[in-house]
Write a protein that binds this ligand. Structure first.
Ligand code: FS2
Ligand code: SF4
Length: 543
């Protein structure tokens, strides 16, 4: 196997024996083949689209296929085989439609003939592994192709969430299929791939806006809400991942059962949405970021529902009371389909539940763009008067490395007259700190999930507008922690918007080679995180 799509890739170069995430070589091969199959579908869908024919099932399948291959989503060979068979059937239908209109025979992924059994599919997956492309194209071009691919995967994840809430954008589907076709067919050059990367960033901005509209349309604009970071006595279900629709449906089905529902990881910001916080049995948040789940789930005395990334191998102590939904899958774990949570509820009733009460510790969520821009007037005045000197966005993904303590240390070391914005599961590196207030506002503003990156973009653009400057001239620093491909989509979105001087850590992507990094540094001054003191000095914020 060869996989270097996430930050925890082995030795900072690639997972080649076994994924650090738990992905086996067989699963890696099947995921690579699923991407290949999504390209096959896209080659036809892109051409049919240009003829004015859109197949909604193909559009949806491409999104699902890409999201399935995001880090920590699907580890189940059986489910991957099912998806591959479905992909082949769909590709055949599109090929027939295309043949009715055009005599051209497509090559590359479009010509894929699925093997008859699972072993054959795994062998085919190995043939399309990334290391084959690195050998053929060299690391720079292959890495740039993967930069685009990971941006597409991340954006597909966001688009899947929006689609589940009834929001789609044909332009997004058309671009995804065009880009996947270009990666499959075009002779790669550095210039063309950089351009495609920035176009992927532009599409990511559209997708983030689409998802923002989907979430706020379905659940209202988040409002600042103090959340119990603990528990109360009673039976319990823990909901992790990002999917608000799953949480809503579970809240409906558990209403009146006496079961309390808790959020975990990236689900924390759900408490800020009016249409979700109205459920009295959504009582609090349990635990921290995804990488702590094995210990936390083991200690949780109820059922657990994992709605999206990031799942880890379930420990024996909770393997029979964890469930997956949506695109998440782990071999042997019961999968919930059609929002029927009866098995989750039964497992919660069977488990002991909490017998005591935790200390009443609260964290305030809900500083979404609407809430922040609602106080834009006082914020702007505070900046003009000098009461607020600086804004620092510390957010993105969390992960296990101790190097990520940098983000905690940075939040603590920032001057008292600065505001800290946070989002994504990277927030768990900073939310335990009491940062106090500045100019009558909390110094720490939790803007939501990684899925809410649009909030940060919208606030930054609004502030730039209010001050009549460019976004790079604002007193704003971006200190981003990355882990998986959604962070790549957000990074490309920021580059498309012309945002410069981003600090990225804890280490730079393995697929960005020194030559490509030089291009990004020259154009955007993107840089790795250093020490907190050096970075504060460079940001003009040293004490
Ligand atoms: Fe965190 Fe994991 Fe949100 Fe990423 S829960 S690292 O895939 O999606 O951010
Ligand atoms: Fe390794 Fe990350 Fe790929 Fe998993 S997703 S195999 S940890 S690079």
């Amino acid at each position: 196997m060869f996989c270097y799509q996430c930050e925890q890739t082995t030795r900072g170069t690639a997972c080649t024996v076994q994924g650090a995430c738990g992905k086996t070589p067989d699963t890696a091969a099947l995921q690579d083949l699923l991407v290949h199959a999504a390209q096959a579908i896209s080659q036809y869908a892109h051409r049919l689209g240009k003829m004015g024919i859109r197949r909604k099932d193909a559009d949806a399948f491409v999104l699902d296929a890409l999201f399935t291959t995001v880090t920590n989503v699907n580890f189940d060979p059986a489910r991957l085989e099912t998806l591959l068979r479905a992909a082949a059937g769909l590709r055949d239908e599109l090929r027939a439609l295309h043949a009715e209109r055009c005599p051209d025979t497509l090559t590359g992924p479009a010509a894929w003939v699925p093997a008859a059994d699972l072993d054959g599919l795994i062998a085919q997956g190995r043939e399309v592994s990334i290391d084959r492309r690195i050998a053929a194209l060299g690391p720079d071009l292959a890495g740039l192709q993967e930069l685009v691919m990971y941006g597409l995967k991340g954006a597909a994840a966001y688009a899947c969430h929006a689609r589940l809430l009834g929001r789609e954008d044909e332009g997004v589907h058309a671009f995804m299929e065009e880009a996947l076709t270009a990666l499959a067919e075009d002779t790669p050059t550095v210039e063309a791939l950089l351009e495609l990367s920035l176009r992927t960033g532009a599409m990511s901005v559209s997708v983030l806006a689409l998802l923002d509209g989907a979430n706020t349309g379905a659940y209202g604009h988040p409002v600042p809400t103090p959340v119990l970071m603990g528990h109360v006595p009673g039976k319990a279900i823990l909901v992790s991942g990002h999917d608000l629709k799953d949480l809503e449906e579970l809240l409906k089905q558990t209403e009146g059962t006496g079961i309390n529902v808790y959020t975990h990881g990236e689900m924390l910001p759900a408490h800020g949405y009016p249409a979700l916080k109205k459920y009295a049995h959504l009582v609090g948040h349990y635990g921290g970021a995804w990488q702590r789940q094995r210990g936390e789930f083991d200690a949780f005395p109820g059922a657990i529902l994992m709605t999206t990334n990031c799942i880890q191998q379930p420990a024996p102590g909770y393997a029979d009371r964890i469930f997956t939904s949506g695109l998440v899958a782990w071999p042997g774990v019961t999968h919930i389909s059609g929002h029927d949570y009866a098995p989750v509820i039964a497992a919660a009733l069977e488990a002991e539940g909490f017998t005591g009460e935790s200390p009443d510790r609260r964290h305030t969520v809900g500083f979404h763009h609407d809430a922040v821009l609602g106080v834009a007037g006082p914020v702007i005045e505070a900046v003009k008067s000098g009461a607020i000197r600086h804004f620092t966005l510390i957010g993105g993904c969390d992960g296990a490395e101790t190097a990520r303590n940098y983000y905690t240390d940075m939040a603590v070391a920032l001057p008292q007259d600065s505001v800290v914005l946070t989002l994504g599961c990277g927030k768990f590196r900073v939310i335990d700190q009491d940062l106090g207030t500045v100019a009558g506002l909390p110094r720490l503003l939790d803007m939501g999930q990684c899925n809410d990156a649009y909030s940060a973009v919208k606030v930054a653009l609004a502030l730039a507008d209010a001050f009549g400057v460019g976004v790079n001239d604002l007193p704003l620093s971006l200190v981003i922690s990355w882990y998986e491909q959604k962070a790549v989509a957000v990074l490309l979105a920021l580059l498309h918007l012309g945002v410069k001087n981003i600090r990225l850590g804890p280490k730079l992507p393995a697929f960005v080679t020194p030559a490509v990094l030089k291009v990004l540094v020259d154009a955007y001054n993107i840089m790795p995180i250093g020490t907190v003191q050096d970075d504060l000095k460079a940001m003009g914020l040293a004490a």
